[in-house]
Write a protein that binds this ligand. Structure first.
Ligand code: ATP
Ligand code: ATP
Ligand code: MG
Ligand code: MG
Ligand code: MG
Length: 259
């Protein structure tokens, strides 16, 4: 209703455009997933199916929104990076964040039974999300380094925790043992008590997962005489990389942000 006497109320909407040339990142994370993972009996410390469901949700986000070019995630979270020139919803933070978190959540719920055919979803899960404004590629790299470090530290901690629990300790006792330990001490605990070399655990657990768009040649259709007609298209692929924030990784993938 344009020009009605109520029109002025529109000016009360929060203005939250994220200005170019800042890079827009949105982090989506499971809300109360500690409880959700217990109620749904996730394998501890890493339920592979749950991680793959998260990764599928991230891939669906990249397929649905072409302006999102890169994603990194682990556990119950994924961060999404937009290309620098995006004009998605006039770069309005609340619009962008709400669209992504609701899409992510509905894919999670819709695809649940494909990953857990024998587990009923006992209640509707929810996710929270927030925008992160990165003023430069360097800031983006630091942000990603921070998330990947978090992935590493929590995974190493949880691996120790659940090995101790499996060996007969209560969760409280295990937590007390781990309190104040350093990275190196935890590696030694795993090796000496359980014969586990941390570095040989799956990359997906230790380093998280990246979803990014890479060019692949795909068949778009067949001509009348049956010859396949091919074209380059960008498809999201999942990779695990030791150092997603490292220069070499971004030298290889920097063009992503520049489209
Ligand atoms: P918040 O609502 O603040 O995000 P939270 O309960 O979700 O709180 P987080 O710090 O986000 O807590 O941690 C996620 C929790 O979900 C951890 O306890 C983690 O063990 C569990 N979790 C998530 N994914 C998996 C998985 N694939 N396998 C096992 N546990 C998982
Ligand atoms: P935006 O993405 O900005 O929200 P929109 O396309 O969703 O745009 P709205 O102004 O939110 O547009 O209007 C909602 C649209 O959905 C209208 O076109 C309306 O006709 C349709 N719609 C919503 N609920 C119903 C309903 N119960 N029955 C029929 N149509 C509906
Ligand atoms: Mg969470
Ligand atoms: Mg989390
Ligand atoms: Mg609408």
């Amino acid at each position: 209703m344009a020009n009605s006497k109520y029109e002025y109320v529109k000016s009360f909407e929060v203005e939250d455009e994220i200005m170019f040339p800042n890079l827009i990142v949105v982090r989506v994370g499971g809300r109360h997933f500690q409880r959700f993972s217990e109620v749904h009996e996730f394998e501890k410390p890493n339920d592979e199916k749950a991680l793959k469901l998260m990764s599928l949700c991230a891939t669906s986000v990249l397929q649905e929104y072409p302006d999102i070019v890169f994603s990194f995630g682990f556990s119950d979270e994924y961060s999404f990076v937009f290309k620098q020139t995006t004009k998605f919803y006039q770069r309005r933070a609340s619009k962008v964040v709400s669209i992504m978190v609701s899409f992510f959540t509905s894919v999670y719920v819709t695809k649940w039974k494909e990953f857990f055919p024998d587990k009923k979803l006992k209640y509707p899960p929810s996710f929270h999300a927030r925008p992160i404004v990165c003023a430069s590629l360097e800031v983006l790299q630091e942000y990603l380094a921070w998330r990947q470090q978090h992935c590493h530290i929590t995974n190493q901690h949880n691996t120790c925790l659940w090995e101790l629990v499996k060996s007969g300790k209560t969760e409280k006792e295990a937590l007390d043992i781990l309190k104040g330990t350093h990275k190196q001490e935890r590696n030694e605990l795993l090796f000496q008590q359980f014969g586990i070399n941390y570095r040989t655990l799956p990359q997906m657990f230790r380093q998280g997962s990246c979803v990014l768009k890479t060019e692949v040649e795909g068949i778009v259709k067949y001509s009348e005489n049956g010859t396949p007609i091919k074209r380059m298209r960008k498809d999201p692929t999942t990779v695990h990389s030791k150092n997603i924030a490292g220069r070499s990784f971004w030298n290889e993938h920097q063009s992503l942000l520049k489209e």
